[in-house]
Ligand binder design. Structure first.
Ligand SMILES: *Cc1c(COP(=O)(O)O)cnc(C)c1O
Length: 468
């Protein structure tokens, strides 16, 4: 680790009006910014004894030689580890963080709600932050389109709610034969059984392969158009990540694809479920990805960035006409019997309201264009690198696909774990991010500044040089 001798230097939070430190290398601010070394070592040992981490090969994690990064503090786009070393949060804490860590407005909103009540049931009672948030979310879409908001906990449950609503809607409106879901190769919609069964990445389905919803899986809009009429007649809904498939390696759809799918769905009586769990809240340069192609779906699933990345909360929005199919005499059994203990959690809703307020106060979306353009320039430069197969970008979402050789093209075998190794090397230069196979993801909080974007790309370029 390279101490940069910046102890005491005021660091940028990456918020408007401040400039980044622009230093290459994980800045070591010493134990003052970290944990007592003995306490840190004890925590790491306890982690290795008791914790099971998601999407993590645990033998390697628990190995003696592996020292996990224990994050102790965050401010703006920066994070600090147990040793007081500072990193740029290059994947926005797994695609959740929007305005930076420790934002005073979001912190204050959570603290104020904490003084009132932390959690009350949403089954048969209601609360102010949830009501206000529902009103606010509905207001983000064109008038009288997505008017109803169903709260849950995370992306998987937001998708689950949408799919179950779609299936129940058809069974209550005279089309019970519409039971299958139209889904896409390489799509990803979460890890609960139902959500996983919609996914098109084999490795993520694991032992759930063969369980879950009945699906019709296609690759492209061309294949959608070729579906036999009897197959189409059995479709309840199409589920898609609009504009860009995230866990597939940030792969953009062809321009116009979303519009075409939406039109096709409308003509065929198939409901459209948009998974904006990753793309929502400004990531693509607009508030929601569907705005780029003028599409309003029948359902939209929101999660990750909903609370600015502070608390687990999700929302499924739908149309009034769909909601109305669930109204009736109790004995008619039209009620949506689905929910979770923490639906409408007041702390999460307060954080989400504050997140939306920050979008307005800081004019976050307006400020994105120069950042998106700068990322584009740096990606283009990286695209010429001998070990980079291609780069992809959709607004503030980017991926760099690495390879062993470009001409003739030779990919790294996934067992080589080169993506993970490059990310590890990049850490030494102050960038924290995570690869998906050979795709290195750059998805910083929207509050990053140009200097911080440069730091991320400088770190990645150096890391590539060191690992190939
Ligand atoms: C992360 C993600 C999900 C799942 O959300 P969780 O909160 O992890 O359950 C679903 N869809 C997309 C596109 C995602 O990126």
């Amino acid at each position: 680790m390279q101490p940069m001798g910046s102890t005491g230097k005021k660091t940028s939070t990456g918020r408007p009006g401040e400039t980044g430190a622009g230093l290459g290398g994980a800045v070591d601010e010493g134990p003052r910014a970290g944990l007592d070394p003995v306490a840190a070592a004890a925590l790491v040992a306890a982690d290795k004894r008791h914790v099971w981490h998601p999407f993590t090969p645990m033998r390697d994690w628990c190995a003696d030689g592996h020292e996990p990064l224990l994050l102790v503090r965050g401010e703006g786009a920066w994070l600090w580890d147990q040793h007081g070393r500072r990193y740029l949060d290059g994947n926005a804490s797994i695609w959740t963080n929007i305005h930076g860590h420790g934002h005073p407005h979001i912190n204050a909103a959570i603290a104020a709600q904490l003084q009132r009540v932390s959690h009350v049931s949403f089954l048969g009672t209601t609360n102010e932050p949830a009501i206000r948030l529902a009103e606010r979310l509905a207001g983000l879409f064109p008038d009288n389109t997505l008017t109803r908001v169903f709260f849950s906990d995370d992306g998987s449950t937001a998708i689950e709610a949408a799919v179950r609503m779609a299936l129940q809607y058809h069974s209550q409106t005279g089309a019970p034969e519409r039971r299958r879901l139209l889904v896409f190769e390489r799509g990803y919609h979460g890890d609960t059984l139902g959500a996983a069964s919609l996914g098109g990445i084999g490795a993520f389905r694991g032992p759930t392969a063969g369980f879950g919803y009945e699906v019709e899986r296609v690759e492209s809009m061309d294949q959608v158009r070729l579906l036999a009429p009897e197959v189409v007649a059995g479709l309840a809904a199409a589920v898609i990540e609009p504009l860009v498939q995230g866990p597939a390696g940030m792969r953009p759809w062809p321009a116009g694809m979303l519009r075409a799918l939406s039109d096709w769905c409308r003509r065929q009586g198939v409901l459209l479920i948009l998974d904006e769990v990753m793309t929502g809240f400004g990531r693509t340069g607009r508030m929601f990805a569907c705005e780029h192609e003028g599409v309003v779906p029948d359902f939209i699933a929101l999660a990750k960035g909903l609370t600015g990345g502070y608390l687990p909360l999700a929302a499924t929005l739908t149309r009034e006409s769909i909601f109305e199919a669930f109204l009736g005499d109790v004995a008619e059994m039209k009620t949506f019997y689905y929910g979770h203990s923490y639906c409408g959690n007041p702390l999460g809703c307060a954080a989400a309201l504050a997140n939306l307020e920050v979008f307005e106060r800081e004019r976050t979306l307006v400020g994105l264009s120069p950042k998106i353009e700068h990322m584009g320039r740096r990606l283009q430069r990286l695209g010429d690198h001998a070990r980079v197969r291609e780069t992809r970008q959709c607004g503030m979402i980017a991926a760099v696909e690495i390879c062993r050789r470009k001409d003739p093209m030779e990919p790294w075998p996934w067992e080589a774990q080169m993506g993970a190794r490059v990310c590890l090397a990049a850490r030494r230069h102050g960038l924290l991010t995570r690869a998906i196979g050979n795709d290195i993801v750059l998805l910083p909080p929207l509050c990053v500044d140009i200097d911080q974007i440069d730091l991320a790309f400088d770190a990645l370029e150096r890391a590539l040089g060191e690992t190939s």
